[in-house]
Design a protein around this ligand. Sequence first.
Ligand code: PLP
Length: 420
Amino acid sequence: MMKFESTLDFAAQLDANDPLRSYRDQFYIPTSASGKDSIYFVGNSLGLQPKSTAQRVQQELDDWKKYGVEGHFEAKNPWVSYHHLVKKSLGRLVGGSSQEVVAMNTLTGNLHAMMVSFYQPTPSRHKILLLNQSFPSDRYAIASQIAFHGYDPSDAMICFGPEGSEGVVCQEELCALIDQRGEEIALILIEGVSYITGQRFDLKTITNRGHARGCFVGTDLAHAVGNVELDLHDIGVDFAVWCSYKYLNGGPGCIAGAFVHDRHASNFDLPIFAGWWGHDEKKRFLMEKDFSPMVGIDRWQVSNIPIMTTACLQASLDIFDCATMPALVEKSKTMTGFLFFLLEGRLKDKISIVTPSNPEQRGCQLSLIIPGGKSGYETLIAKGVACDWREPNVVRIAPVPLYNTYQDVYRFVELLEEVL
Ligand SMILES: *Cc1c(COP(=O)(O)O)cnc(C)c1O
């Protein structure tokens, strides 16, 4: 662990020695009301736009203009096989093979698609284990799946752990609950990193414990992908879903992603909701009446891929491929470690940090409870800090290693001191 100093000079020195410092120039940084670069700490909500995105999209617009429908085959990147273009990079980010990962749909849609396959309730095993701190969209999706199968969500949802920002989840207790009640549980659905507390979960242990009790285990990686290193194949989760507009910088509403473990690649007994893009791609245009499913995750695809948002995603994945996750995570740990150090050293009595102090149990985000609550947050915004507020009382601060600087971190803490 590096020895930090609480000065702007020290922050400037960290920036000067940062091997990833040039990546910031590959992004557009929004300006604040004063006309200066904002301190953009909401990459966990909407990542910044790579300067290369426009060119990627322009290429597809040009090919559409030039070729019309023939672009499916004649475009520089033929649209008919466009979904294959992002598989390698996505696989690197989440730790899965091309047969295990795909870009499709949007996040909550993918969660539903996965629950169609991996939530198979029976009278004796119909529960879903989730966290009280789970993101509302996931809760709504879970409750509606339970009701769709004719069960009562209030009985079938086992919601574990503290509420809101009350604290972090005790994973030993979570695992004990799985040991104890696993036989009632059809599906365990846990986020990789909590959106509200920033806590990172030990997916491997949770998955092993769930599998030992016969449960399927899935994960929502909205706040984990592009933020922490992942090795889903090795972790062994049955499925994972994520969005691409947070740490992946794909732009608002960007195409999302999904993973299904190879052990299910040829398990055609799993029910799916099918569409033509899941049909054997060699025979897709024969327009056959009967569905011949692809092996692996590709059979979960229902529609042809949205080219424009996938082009946006590609621009960002190129950057991740160059920078690489191990290097990004190394910087991220130092940068968030620096933030933690400054907050502890200068504001310990005034704020509380909800996120675990152990760097292995978090990504880049720290969730803070500050006096003055929402008005304190609004003052920060007015001072040029782009951060966000989550009910009931959390300010989320996410220094992103691709485009944030150590001086951003230092200035933020100074501004927070002024506000308090
Ligand atoms: C951001 C986020 C969502 C948002 O869902 P969309 O379908 O992309 O609108 C859902 N779940 C979690 C855990 C999130 O962090």
